[in-house]
Design a protein around this ligand. Structure first.
Ligand code: PLP
Length: 400
């Protein structure tokens, strides 16, 4: 038999992408019973399994085979309407044909990257940022500009200076900026109102688009500024949302809300790579839930769990350690000066507790070694206290 050269079948861009770390390299193998302070998953008690079971039963009873066909159930249209209504609640007024439902926010990010980027394109991201989005962009281009984040979100004045300099020296300007302005992953920070307005001015002045990832936007502990899309008068912002963090990630429901001509292009490439049955089931579920009440419960639960984690950090972590206090979302971003958190993960796992080493959220991983991301969403209250106590002992020993 002729030996096949698998490599020879891949185009250059795919060969380059396959040389990088495999997707999910940041996700350690967790021992059984590990306290998962690494996982950005919803609290298991808040995933509405019984209601989703009832919704799928209703769907089949009422519509028989319809939701199981290619074109799916009329409830898929209803889901768009339900999402449109939620967007209105958040100050985004948009028509139904300006919304594209996707298989989670990740498919939305991938579609936008696929349609707007090639290997010559430049994309700007926050530093640090959501590692899966980084993995997606790196599949399309190596030209990634990073803009630092502080407690008020992305530093738009730094971005302005970068754009100015690139323009002056004739370098390519970014095609789009990827930002998570509200309860950022991993820092938990929220971009101030002033910076939001500044960012939109920059987009207009330097003619780029904005991919606003709002996966955590509805999980606020207090008042927070409206999404960037609410200020978008020129159609430059793609508002990407998700029901993963507020309902169930396995349903894979996300969306892009954006200008119609872009939505048409994204739809062109999405084809039917999403899930009609999951979408129809989600619509049936949403018909029977008071979503405002649900959100209130989620916000109250995560606020309490976040407080428990923050109080435990104060109690058990050495005093050199610092962190941002989040106003919502799932995460707390911690800095342990002088310690490479990726080197310590194995010891933490041996103690039965996980975190994500900070370096994975940076394009240049060496700048992120002193950080780690903790999640208060998945573990229960007792586990959070116990997990932080164990990590505190580990770090205290090393910082002595
Ligand atoms: C910032 C951000 N965007 C998107 C996602 C993924 O969302 P989905 O499950 O809808 O693909 C996550 C999940 O961790 C996230 O943190």
């Amino acid at each position: 038999m002729v030996k096949m050269n698998v490599e020879s079948f891949f185009p250059e861009n795919i060969k380059t992408a396959l040389k990088k770390n495999p997707p999910g390299a940041w996700m350690a193998d967790l021992p059984a019973d590990c306290i998962r302070l690494s996982s950005g998953y919803p609290d298991p008690a808040l995933v509405p399994a019984e209601q989703i079971k009832a919704a799928s039963a209703t769907l089949i009873e009422e519509e028989h085979d319809l939701p199981l066909h290619y074109l799916g159930s009329p409830r898929m249209i209803k889901l768009k309407k339900q999402i449109q209504n939620r967007l209105v609640e958040r100050g985004i007024s948009i028509q139904e044909d300006e919304i594209l439902i996707t298989a989670g926010a990740c498919q939305a990010i991938d579609l936008i990257a696929r349609v707007l980027l090639d290997e010559r394109a430049v994309v700007a991201v926050e530093s640090p940022t959501y590692m899966e989005a980084l993995e997606i962009f790196q599949n399309y281009t190596d030209q990634i500009i990073t803009i630092p984040v502080d407690e008020l979100g992305m530093q738009t004045d730094v971005f302005a200076a970068v754009l100015e300099e690139r323009k002056r020296t004739g370098l390519t300007l970014p095609n789009f900026l990827y930002t998570i302005p509200t309860f950022q992953n991993p820092t938990g920070t929220t971009m101030s109102l002033e910076r939001r307005k500044h960012l939109l001015e920059l987009a207009s002045e330097f003619d780029f688009l904005i991919l606003e990832d709002d996966a955590y936007g509805e999980l606020a502990f207090n008042e927070n500024p409206p999404p960037l899309k609410a200020f978008d008068t020129e159609g430059r912002v793609f508002h990407v949302g998700s029901l993963s963090k507020v309902v169930a990630p396995g349903m894979r429901i996300g969306w892009i809300a954006g200008a119609r001509s872009f939505i048409t292009a994204f739809e062109w490439f999405k084809k039917d790579l999403d899930h009609p049955f999951a979408q129809a089931t989600m619509a049936a579920y949403l018909e029977n839930v008071n979503f405002e009440n649900r959100l209130n419960t989620l916000q109250a639960t995560y606020r309490i769990k976040c407080d428990i984690l923050l109080r435990s950090l104060e109690q058990y972590f050495p005093e050199q350690v610092t962190w941002y206090v989040p106003e919502g979302g799932y995460f707390v971003w911690v800095k342990i000066p002088g310690i490479d958190t990726s080197q310590l993960l194995e010891q933490a796992l041996a103690l039965g507790v996980s975190y994500v080493p900070g370096k994975f959220f940076f394009v240049k991983q060496q700048v992120g070694t002193e950080y780690l991301r903790l999640s208060f969403s998945y573990a229960d209250k007792e586990e959070i206290i116990k997990g932080i106590q164990k990590l505190g002992q580990l770090f205290s020993r090393l910082l002595k």
